[in-house]
Design a protein around this ligand. Sequence first.
Ligand code: NAD
Length: 464
Amino acid sequence: MDNDSKFDGESARVMMKELRETYSTGKTKSYEWRICQLNNLLKIAEFHEPEILQALHSDISKPEFESFVHEIWLIKTSCKLAIKELKRWMKPEKVGTTLVTFPSSAEIVAEPFGVVLIISAWNYPFLLSLDPVIGAIAAGNTVVLKPSEVSPATSSLLAKYIGEYMDSSAVKVVEGAIPETSVLLEQKWDKILYTGNSKVGRIVLAAAAKHLTPVVLELGGKSPIIVDSDIDLKIAARRIISGKWGCNNGQACISPDYIITTKDFAPKLVDSLKLQLLKFYGEEPLKSDDLSRVVNSNHFNRLIKLLDDDKVSGKIVHGGQRDIVNLKIAPAILLDVPEDSLIMNEEIFGPLLAIVTVDRLEESFNIINSRPKPLAAYLFTNNKKLKEKFVGDVSAGGLLINDTTLHLTVPTLPFGGVGESGMGGYHGKFSFDTFSHKKAVMYRSYLGDASERYPPYTTRKLRF
Ligand code: NAD
């Protein structure tokens, strides 16, 4: 869309008509079109790295290393995988049939849904916009991407380069905030993938219900870590920090939100976290270039409210200094937070880490299972029984044992939530599947036409 023109109901209808016409030509279904578009998308990541890094820095002061690895590299990897595997993914899957239908053959044919909408979030604005687009194109759909207005530099970069590199009759970007998204949600889509908070997730689901549109909701939640005492403490501390502060300064959907550990072990864990934080970010973390800022003043004020809650006064055992001008908060650890404190009752999504202590580690399972299902859950232990109990008893979008966040980078694993943390998933082949309808196709010949299936339904036929 032209950035200066208002996106209203009429523009949406014109756009939808064009996308439907494009889809009905059948061109997006061809292998050649899909590969060409995937290659063009890859070029955006390959040819415009400095501008992408710049946009991410402007939107959230994301450290260059994180922008490169967590956004550009992941998009390149995802795109290259789709290019390499597309032929295999598109191939109909032959399946067996039954004696009743003999002779027959059957296959599952993946067909595109048609015209799909992708609504993306601000925290990984390049990755979370383009990764679903890769799946949608690989599956042969026409696509509209609505990036987040909270990351405006990346939004306009995506609008510019998708306009330049992609087939504009089939792949479009609509920039904007609530009014534009609301207009988009009034249209009839064949599939919607939304990434963001669960309040808006409900709005998306309600809008989609009017048209019976299937929806993927990539939401968030409070992702816990259970920490046992039988671990390599230094490595565990480094990995916890990497998933928390090393992922957009905690502004990541699968960033650890709170730790559960025993009262006895908590002081050792806190000491180790403090030591490693000092090594990573120095004496003055507010000045570190390796920590993103808080995205905007709304989120900054929200986080300060969590820190200043009366129920956690005296519980801050590390950090928490603020720089209101630059929207920075130093990595903060809060020990022994009560379950009814504010920080334990909303997703933190920032540089604060809460620690809940228990007498026995087994109590962790009740704490986690009494809360909404998280997007990720982590466990640090060497205890085999504890690992088995964790895998068997904890329901979350994904589980990772002895590390944090890395499961997101493995394309053979589906990425998505469950319950309050979302529905559906994507990544790797799961992205292709998410944007494909799996059509059941059966073939019969005129041989073996058993008379048992036809009237008159005699007693003899009933016993067949
Ligand atoms: P956001 O503010 O960027 O909003 C997400 C999208 O929703 C944007 O495109 C925005 O324009 C749109 N939107 C906002 N209000 C709307 C409304 N009233 N009607 C229609 N559309 C509206 O992002 P956010 O929600 O602050 O993102 C943070 C949340 O997203 C956290 O809960 C986080 O855990 C979750 N998240 C999940 C994933 C995942 O992959 N599961 C990834 C990133 C973030």
